[in-house]
Every structure is written in structure tokens, then in C-alpha cells.
Design a protein around this ligand. Structure first.
Ligand SMILES: [Zn+2]
Length: 85
């Protein structure tokens, strides 16, 4: 069967923004910071996630640049941002 010969790809988290200057849609990849396991565990505790839950944390940039017009922008905090107190 031809379907079985297809290679597989892993889907990764990404973000996008629309440049307010030129309207270009820009895409970027969230990065997985190198974190110590104890910091990851603490973050999971803070977020109410089971410690054995699989998955990775993705971090978004605080500033971005448009690939077309090269203008730079600060990133507004999103609704999912953790309010660190
Ligand atoms: Zn632009």
C-alpha cells in the first residue's frame, strides 16, 4: 500500500503574527529552553500538571521581527502567560 510508504513527520508548536507595518504573516517556532528537571517539575506543580504527564514546555520570544520589512516589535503578553508573583 502506498500509504504505508509515506514518511512520518512530527508536528511542532509554532506561533505566528501579522506584521502591523506591511501585513506579512510571519511564522516562528517556540523554543524548548534547556531546563533542569527540578525546574520542570516545579513548573508542573505550579501549573497543576501531573509530574508524569508527557510533553514539553515551549517558550515564546519577547520580541519578534518581520521577515519582509525587518521591523521589530515587542510581543504583548498572551492570555496563557503565567502571572509570576
Ligand atoms: Zn512587515
Amino acid at each position: 500500500m502506498a500509504q504505508n510508504r509515506k514518511r512520518k513527520v512530527e508536528l511542532l508548536n509554532a506561533y505566528f503574527f501579522i506584521c502591523p507595518e506591511c501585513g506579512t504573516t510571519n511564522y516562528g517556532r517556540g523554543c524548548t529552553n534547556e531546563m533542569a528537571q527540578e525546574d520542570i517539575d516545579q513548573l508542573k506543580i505550579d501549573l497543576g500538571i501531573e509530574l508524569d504527564e508527557p510533553g514539553e514546555f515551549y517558550f515564546l520570544p519577547e520580541e519578534v521581527a518581520c521577515e519582509a520589512c525587518l521591523k521589530e516589535f515587542d510581543v504583548e503578553p498572551g492570555p496563557d502567560d503565567i502571572d509570576q508573583k
